[in-house]
Design a binder for this molecule. Sequence first.
Ligand SMILES: Nc1ncnc2c1ncn2[C@@H]1O[C@H](COP(=O)(O)OP(=O)(O)O)[C@@H](O)[C@H]1O
Ligand SMILES: [Mg+2]
Length: 93
Amino acid sequence: MDILTTKNLCKTYGKGEIKVEAVKNVSFSVAKGQFVAIVGPSGSGKSTLLHLLGALDTPTSGKVFLDGKDIFIMKEKELSVFRRRNIGFIFQA
Ligand SMILES: Nc1ncnc2c1ncn2[C@@H]1O[C@H](COP(=O)(O)OP(=O)(O)O)[C@@H](O)[C@H]1O
Ligand SMILES: [Mg+2]
């Protein structure tokens, strides 16, 4: 059973000449109980991806399903409660 699924997840910062496609068409699934590490060089989009998975930031497009629930169709208040009850996040800083 998949606890986490992303579909065509994208996060773009800025526009025009300063546009940065930090996360581009990311699709993957994580099974319940599975441990996953995201590895890549500095600036490759790891933090941006984690912020999207943890519902701390919203994607430009694409979806995140946690335990089968499409988290970004929730209203901010509902999402706050979901985040508090279901997600743990340790910030790099
Ligand atoms: N808030 C932001 N505004 C504009 N660009 C950003 C922002 N956050 C990250 N970026 C850019 O997005 C890219 C990915 O950054 P980041 O997700 O922090 O990568 P990593 O965690 O792998 O080092 C980098 O080019 C970074 O400069
Ligand atoms: Mg980072």
